[in-house]
Design a protein. Structure first.
Length: 123
């Protein structure tokens, strides 16, 4: 294993280990996003991992030019897969890639606001 690849694998293991240690800690649940933001610092930098290639999946957002769509990663997370499970299934995938998918998905709903109905009557 090349040194760079080995270093990335070790970083991935350390980050996932910290995440699951926090999840198991009494009364404390650290989010994957919180952990990654602390480690990477900048959302814009992480978002650079999301790319679009019209030749891959008809131009859907993908991860680092690979044939793995953002929506697929989000679907796995929504189905209950842990980030560690997803990372194990895609050896080239890095924790920052999963975080980029979450940030990408959050952006459109971030400014969304729901106003309560005015009036108290029922229809």
């Amino acid at each position: 294993m090349e040194k760079d690849q080995h270093d990335r694998e070790m970083t991935r293991r350390v980050l996932c280990g910290r995440l699951f240690e926090n999840w198991k800690a009494e009364g404390r649940r650290a989010s994957f996003g919180e952990l990654m933001r602390n480690e990477t610092g900048n959302e814009e930098e992480v978002l650079r991992r999301i790319t679009v290639d019209p030749k891959i999946f008809g131009g859907k957002p993908i991860i680092r030019g690979r044939r793995l769509a953002v929506e697929h990663v989000l679907g796995m997370l929504a189905a209950g897969d842990s980030p560690e499970t997803i990372l194990a299934g895609y050896p080239w995938l890095e924790p920052e890639d999963v975080q980029a998918c979450l940030i990408y998905a959050r952006r459109p709903v971030g400014p969304e606001r729901v106003e309560p109905a005015v009036g108290g009557g029922s229809s």
